[in-house]
Ligand binder design. Structure first.
Ligand SMILES: [Mn+2]
Length: 339
């Protein structure tokens, strides 16, 4: 059983950084489905947080139809919403008060927009899971936006009062991470900026948020790629948020009571671990679980800054889960020298 996990397609994003709308990039993904039994879309598949869902869905439709057609009726695709496409399952979340388990299975028509998206993926066999799913024994995958709750001061989320305020050893259900109404949310701030600012300012805001996300992930060993990063990027990386995302996602898994050897997430758009990454930085406390990131399918100017592949922020990342071996990060678009 071979599973290919991709995330953060952000199809239909206002700034057009979603590379899968390009035919040559889509061909690269379709080619990579050869020999794959199951495709997991691990969140932020469609950009529904920027306040222009009709346009985003119109751009997503042909891409998702092509993926469904290539998979065919004998293969599976799993849709796991993230923070930018949470609108797909909002009717279900409201009706159920949030997921009660870490791998809830939702009906493919749990909301009108979800029904359209899952319909486009036909004839592939579509299932919808949230907030994550077990891909194999000891391998759990989730989009990863729950980690945002551990990046900001707890008081910003009212965490000092709710169930997340209890001692770190206490277990919580995913519902504890869903209840953010009337509280600050990175996603909401991001969406508002992207939706209302004039394009040049929206671009700056998107860049700043990409930098913030990047700053929360480890850098590669300097010799391999760091010198290719812009000086500004390097300076902004590595201060307050550096290396915060991996401990935060490990913390999420611990709070949810997930006993995994491997946790796969997306959300921060940083493919890894790659050769040149320090393995000890890609784990939870005491070396378990090992953490893997799926990268993204968006082109982020400020992070790439004239760099080409191979680069941890080059679009086209994926994680392969295959048999009994550990999950491994793969780059599917390194054959495209420019995007
Ligand atoms: Mn996300």
């Amino acid at each position: 059983m071979r599973t290919l996990v991709i995330s953060d397609l952000h199809l239909g994003s206002r700034l057009g950084r979603d590379v899968l709308r390009r035919p040559d990039v889509l061909d690269g993904l379709l080619g990579a489905l050869e020999g794959v039994d199951r495709l997991v879309l691990l969140g932020d598949t469609v950009e529904l947080a920027e306040g222009r869902p009709r346009r985003a869905l119109a751009i997503a439709e042909p891409v998702l139809r092509a993926i469904g057609a290539r998979l065919g009726a004998q293969r599976d695709v799993v849709v796991v919403p993230g923070n930018h496409d949470l609108a797909l399952i909002r009717p279900w979340l409201r009706a159920h008060g949030g997921p009660q388990t870490v791998d809830a299975r939702l009906p493919a028509d749990a909301g009108p927009t979800l029904a359209r998206v899952t319909g486009w993926l036909a004839p592939a066999r579509v299932t919808v899971r949230y907030p994550g799913l077990w891909l194999a024994d000891g391998v759990w995958a989730t989009h990863g936006h729950y980690l945002d709750r551990h990046l900001l001061p707890d008081s910003a989320y009212g965490v000092t009062r709710g169930p997340l305020a209890r001692r770190p050893v206490d277990r919580v259900t995913p519902r504890a991470y869903e209840h953010t109404r009337r509280r600050p949310s990175l996603t909401r701030a991001e969406a508002r900026l992207a939706g209302v600012l004039p394009t040049p300012l929206a671009r700056m805001a998107a860049d700043a948020l990409e930098l913030a996300r990047a700053a929360s992930m480890p850098q590669m060993a300097r010799r391999r790629t760091a010198r290719r990063w812009s000086r500004l990027t390097v300076r902004l990386l590595g201060v307050q948020m550096q290396r915060a995302s991996i401990p935060a996602i490990a913390h999420v898994a611990q709070r949810l009571g997930i006993d995994a050897d491997h946790v796969i997430f997306g959300h921060v758009h940083r493919l890894g671990p790659l050769p040149g990454d320090l393995p000890e930085r890609w784990t939870g406390p005491d070396g378990r679980p090992r953490i893997h990131n799926t990268g993204s399918w968006v082109y982020e100017d400020i992070l790439l800054h004239h760099a080409g592949p191979a680069h941890p922020y080059w679009p086209g990342g994926a994680v392969v889960v295959d048999g009994d071996g550990p999950p491994r990060a793969v780059a599917l678009l390194d054959h495209l020298p420019s995007l």
